[in-house]
Design a protein around this ligand. Structure first.
Ligand code: PEP
Ligand code: MG
Length: 276
């Protein structure tokens, strides 16, 4: 599935880049993808990714504040100009460009985003599922768009109420937490009913054992850093879909993340063979 985090184009900027500048930056990326698919995530400003021109540094709880798609509540033009630039860059390159919004919490937000995407002349819109409300209500949310992609980094943060920036909460900020995996499973199930694809684009997809669990939970695609690909592919190849589903069921029954990992490992001998 892939994930182009567009903040790269905005970081260290005190002002919004022009549409022309953005068009050029996105075009450079699209050129590398030739005629393949690129999933562009619209700006995810705020909390762990503050942008001076878009986020209020005085908010008492930035992770729960105006971040991601929510910035368009008062700065709609920034998102509209970004979509205009993505559309202009997509026109100039053969890549198949899909766009998705971060931090969608309600079906109304999903619809607003889909409307903005089609107004910009782009054909395929998606949402990130990284807020528990979106996982719980995924059915009504995916109805508004073409696909969903689960951001396990934030979904874990919000499901466990554990700040992803705090190393001291690492054991809570672990996507192996059965509560997080249950939300992933609910999202995938609702996506399947609606016949919409549900990928995972958080760090979890790059953990080979967890990738098996995600597939077993019904996730239809995984996006990861290139260095994680060989091990994930090898471990996925070692199991059938039926086995992955059984492992997912066993993992959901675990009482904590440690037990979830142990249960999955016990059914994946290939991990030891690969020294993982
Ligand atoms: C996520 O939250 O899992 C994600 C992919 O987005 P980011 O880490 O950029 O917030
Ligand atoms: Mg996120």
């Amino acid at each position: 599935m892939g994930l182009l985090r567009t903040e790269f184009c905005f970081l260290d900027r005190d002002t919004e880049p022009s549409v022309e500048e953005q068009t050029e930056a996105y075009g450079e990326v699209f050129a590398v993808f030739d005629d393949h698919k690129v999933v562009v995530r619209t700006l995810d400003a705020g909390a762990d990714k503050p942008l001076p021109f878009l986020t209020d540094s005085q908010e008492p709880n930035p992770a729960l504040g105006v971040r991601g798609f929510r910035t368009s509540r008062w700065a709609m033009g920034v998102l509209q100009r970004q979509l205009e630039a993505i559309a202009a860059a997509a026109e100039k390159h053969p890549a198949t460009v899909h766009v998705m919004a971060p931090m969608i919490a309600t079906a109304d937000e999903a619809r607003q985003f889909a409307d903005l995407v089609s107004a910009a002349g782009l054909s395929t819109s998606g949402v990130m599922v990284e807020v528990p409300s979106a996982a719980l209500r995924a059915g009504s949310i995916v109805e508004e768009v073409d696909f969903a992609s689960i951001g396990t980094n934030d979904l874990t943060q919000y499901a466990m109420a554990a700040d992803r920036m705090l190393g001291g909460l690492a054991e809570l900020s672990d996507s192996w937490q059965p509560a997080v995996l249950q939300l992933v499973g609910m999202t995938a199930e609702q996506g399947a009913v609606a016949e919409k694809s549900v990928g995972v684009c958080g760090e979890a997809a790059g953990d080979p054992a967890l990738a098996v669990v995600l597939v077993g939970l019904g996730v239809t695609s995984l996006s990861m850093a290139p260095r994680a690909l060989p091990a994930v592919a090898e471990v996925l190849r070692s199991v059938s879909l039926q086995q992955a589903r059984q492992i997912a069921v066993a993992v959901l029954a675990a009482r904590d993340s440690q037990e979830a990992k142990t249960v999955a490992r016990a059914q994946l001998p290939v991990l030891n063979d690969l020294g993982l």
